[in-house]
Design a protein around this ligand. Structure first.
Ligand SMILES: C[S@@+](CC[C@H](N)C(=O)[O-])C[C@H]1O[C@@H](n2cnc3c(N)ncnc32)[C@H](O)[C@@H]1O
Length: 227
């Protein structure tokens, strides 16, 4: 079982949800299997900013979104060591596909190791290189897009992905509350996150909700008439 104090506390982001309350939520969420526990442990041991990993609660939430939307094609922007990719791929049908974008080869090496261990890993295709360049090469429609890469490009990712989202599809943006800093912006990353939230909020083509799960998650549902 994930123990937030022992497992995450030393390197955690500035949590704004009470740790005991969050631990309760973890304890009442589909537990982490051995593979994810090892992936999390290795990420925290060797990577510089391990807290970028979505973790169990958000990972299971993403998996649930894939189940609820019956997604078959997913685009992920920001794979890191692959925790969120695998969580979402787990809920895809056997012929489902997840394309994920990453630029860091060290993160890629870890992700590939764990993808190879999981039956769901076969559903994942990694595209190395700047995500905006990768997106230009993609065709077809995606049921779900998960945006979780560099914050200054969040608005660009949203605009670039929008035509690739099927009508009735979902765009999910991570870290949209940025440890609560969105209410008192003092740096460029925070301002970029606010701009993304404002962009989605003012977009008449979507229904949206900004959730206070973990570091904040924006859900934007593309209305069927939107192009
Ligand atoms: C917050 S982490 C993703 C965490 C991941 N979703 C998980 O749960 O483990 C963001 C990742 O985006 C990658 N990244 C940053 N800029 C990028 C770019 N321009 N194109 C593709 N990936 C990028 C970083 O190397 C980093 O691994």
């Amino acid at each position: 079982m994930v123990n937030l104090t022992a497992d995450h506390w030393p390197l955690k982001m500035d949590r704004f949800i009470d740790t005991a309350v969050e631990q309760f939520a973890y304890n009442h969420t589909e537990p982490e299997t051995d593979l994810y526990a090892r992936l999390r442990e290795e990420t925290y041991r060797v990577m510089d900013r391990p807290q970028m990993q979505v973790g169990l609660l958000e990972g299971r939430f993403l998996k649930m979104l894939v189940r609820l939307t019956c997604a078959r094609n997913i685009l992920e922007i920001g794979m890191f060591t692959g925790y969120s990719s695998l969580m979402m791929a787990e809920a895809l049908p056997a012929n489902g596909r997840l394309i994920t974008c990453e630029i860091d080869p060290e993160a890629e090496a870890i992700a590939r190791k764990y993808f190879a261990e999981s039956p769901s890993g076969k559903k994942i295709t990694i595209h190395m290189g700047p995500a905006l360049e990768t997106i230009k090469t993609l065709s077809g429609l995606y049921d779900l897009v998960f945006i979780d890469a560099d914050k200054p490009n969040y608005c660009n990712y949203y605009q670039a992905c929008f035509p690739l989202v099927k009508p009735g599809g979902l765009i999910v943006g991570d870290n949209v509350l940025w440890s609560g800093k969105v209410v008192d912006p003092k740096d460029d990353n925070t301002r970029a996150i606010i701009a993304f939230n404002d962009l989605v909020q003012s977009d008449p083509r979507v229904d949206n909700v900004c959730l206070t799960v973990r570091d904040g998650i924006m859900l934007a549902w593309k209305r069927p008439a939107a192009l």
